[in-house]
Design a protein around this ligand. Structure first.
Ligand code: F6P
Length: 340
């Protein structure tokens, strides 16, 4: 099938939009930008609820410019989201494509992280219409972009918590292990470790060396730094921050350092996914949503919208999904050096 967008690009286009995977602050700002961007191009937006699940279960309705009023500042997603295991089944994906065709949708814009963009890529391969992605995940582990919608807000939320914990850690001379989100990626952990002046940071990308960590805590102690903050990405230890403390408790106690009485674990968890997006995330979401809306009207397909430097960029799904985003080793060294 030839996409209508290519053959008749100035006709009234119907553009589907969905959010999928883990929600991220700024998704609503992106939805708003898509809807109003599409409207400015003379098109109509169809909001698909609950991610790809909504395509399978036919949960969709028109979304006009006034329907997205007053959502720019809200966390979560007005369209809801889902992690859709059914989408691995090609038969189910065919049902999703059938919904797009039955509803006369010309283009689909998928807002989300790597799982979402993989789903979008699959649909693009199986459907003649245009599929475009907008990079949005608090984990910031998606290729094809320097940063993704939600990352800045999640970091600021975690950082505020770390600052508060620092107050009490200092007052009671305690060792704190603070677990931040990131099962497979340590970008939040690294960012907040630098921003929060952590004494150490543990990331899933770097092999865990508990001997090294005990030595860092010991040498801090020797230099008079009794309280200490260790930022632990969720996936850095199989048991998370709790498992890590459990593993090093004995070595710490045997050195006369913080044992269970003086060490505490705080798991920040889903607090990092909610809340009002920061100005950076609102602006990023507005830019990417608008760019995707325009690209859909220009008949572009198979592209992820992200940002390089301060410039909006488009990258084909296969290239973006193949890109392995690397941890910035200079930031990692900085945490260790600046712990002082
Ligand atoms: O959306 C990304 C993320 O928040 C990861 O940082 C985290 O590991 C995971 O989602 C948690 O997923 P769920 O909310 O499904 O438990």
């Amino acid at each position: 099938m030839t996409p209508r967008a290519v053959t008749d690009r100035f006709s009234h286009m119907r553009i589907g939009v969905l959010t999928s995977g883990g929600d991220a602050p700024g998704m609503n700002a992106a939805i708003r930008a898509v809807v109003r961007g599409v409207s400015a191009e003379g098109g109509e937006t169809i909001g698909i609820r609950r991610g790809f699940g909504g395509l399978i279960d036919c949960l969709h309705a028109p979304l006009g410019p006034r329907d997205v009023a007053n959502i720019l500042q809200r966390g979560g997603s007005i369209l809801d989201t889902s992690r859709e295991p059914r989408f691995h089944d090609p038969e189910i994906r065919r049902a999703a494509v059938a919904t797009l065709e039955r509803e006369g949708i010309d283009a689909l814009i998928a807002i989300g992280g790597s799982g979402t963009q993989q789903g979008a890529h699959c649909i693009q391969e199986e459907w003649g219409g245009c599929v475009l992605g907008v990079a949005s995940t608090i984990d910031n582990d998606l290729g094809g972009t320097d940063t993704s919608i939600g990352f800045d807000t999640a970091c600021n939320t975690a950082l505020e918590a770390i600052d508060r914990i620092r107050d009490t850690a200092n007052s009671l001379d305690r060792l704190f292990f603070i677990e931040v989100m990131g099962r497979h990626a340590g970008f939040i952990a690294l960012e907040v470790a630098v921003g929060g002046g952590a004494e150490a940071v543990l990331l899933p990308e770097i092999e865990l060396d508990t001997g090294w960590l005990v030595e860092v805590i010991r040498s801090n102690h020797e230099r008079g730094k009794i309280s200490c903050i260790v930022v632990v990405a969720e996936g850095a230890h199989p048991g998370g921050a709790r498992g890590l403390l459990h593993e090093i408790e004995d070595p710490l106690e045997s050195l006369g350092l913080a044992g269970s009485a003086d060490a505490r674990v705080t798991i920040l968890g889903h607090i990092q996914r909610g809340g009002n997006p920061t100005v950076r995330d609102r602006v990023l979401a507005s830019r990417l949503g608008m760019a995707a809306a325009r690209a859909a009207h220009a008949g572009k397909r198979g592209l992820l919208f992200g940002v390089r430097g301060n410039v909006v960029c488009e990258t084909s799904f296969d290239i973006a999904l193949a890109e392995k985003k690397e941890i910035d080793r200079t930031l990692l060294d900085m945490v260790n050096t600046l712990a002082g």
